[in-house]
Write a protein that binds this ligand. Structure first.
Ligand SMILES: Cc1cc2nc3c(=O)[nH]c(=O)nc-3n(C[C@H](O)[C@H](O)[C@H](O)COP(=O)(O)O)c2cc1C
Length: 202
């Protein structure tokens, strides 16, 4: 699909049809992470792909208990998604990379003004969202509150040096008018281009 066609279709979908997604399709989507940019080529992005029913139910349970998704009157979100991907980052990959001789500032690791490990996780999750659409599917994104992240770490044996950044859900889109009515997409206009994008001088 051409990027110009794909981009207008990019929106968070929070309800999915029950069909599963073929494994090869899931693989193509999640392996786009290898093409994601990363600071210093640190490649700190990590994904945990959960397709089995028990694992998906566990994610839905933990985030549901945190009061995070699918309040009763809305279309089921996490419960309906056949593919869940926890997008994670390993911060140490960045420190290890930026302590290599070609990256040192004098004898010190550069103190960047923002944590690049989260920047790169954002780039990776954007690839997942777009790759899902390219495969004729849809995707959604949920934040993962701190306590829920620790519970998921325990449930899935996620390594201590890896931080969960967000959850991406993937599947065949089903109508989600209830969600659309309550999410900020419906209640707020997109910020005007003139405000979001400045030219030549702030
Ligand atoms: C870092 C991040 C966290 C988000 N967390 C949630 C979330 O917890 N729950 C939710 O319903 N949407 C979440 N969203 C989706 C946004 O609400 C959504 O992108 C925004 O409303 C614009 O809508 P659109 O993506 O459909 O254009 C998140 C998006 C991002 C980038």
């Amino acid at each position: 699909m051409e990027f110009k066609e794909l981009l207008p279709r990019r929106r968070m979908v929070r309800h999915y049809r029950p069909e599963s997604v073929p494994l090869q399709v899931v693989q193509r989507i999640v392996e786009t992470v290898r093409r994601a940019p990363s600071a210093g080529y640190s490649q700190g992005q990590r994904l945990l792909v959960v397709t089995e029913e028990a694992g998906r139910a566990e994610i839905a349970r933990v985030l549901g208990a945190a009061g995070w998704t699918s309040p009763g009157e809305l279309e089921p979100w996490l419960e309906s998604a056949p593919v869940h991907v926890l997008v994670c980052t390993r911060e140490d990959d960045y420190h290890e990379r930026y302590l290599q001789p070609d990256k040192l500032a004098g004898a010190e690791e550069i103190d960047w003004p923002v944590p690049f490990w989260f920047v790169d996780a954002g780039a990776a999750l954007m690839l997942l969202l777009l790759a899902a659409i390219d495969e004729g599917l849809a995707a959604g994104l949920s934040g993962v509150p701190r306590d829920a992240a620790e519970e998921l770490r325990a449930s899935f044996g996620i390594a201590e040096d890896v931080t969960i950044v967000a959850l991406v859900t993937i599947g065949r889109a089903a109508p989600d008018p209830g969600w659309s009515a309550v999410t900020s997409r419906r209640t707020q206009p997109r910020r005007a281009a003139q405000e979001a994008v400045r030219w030549e001088r702030w």
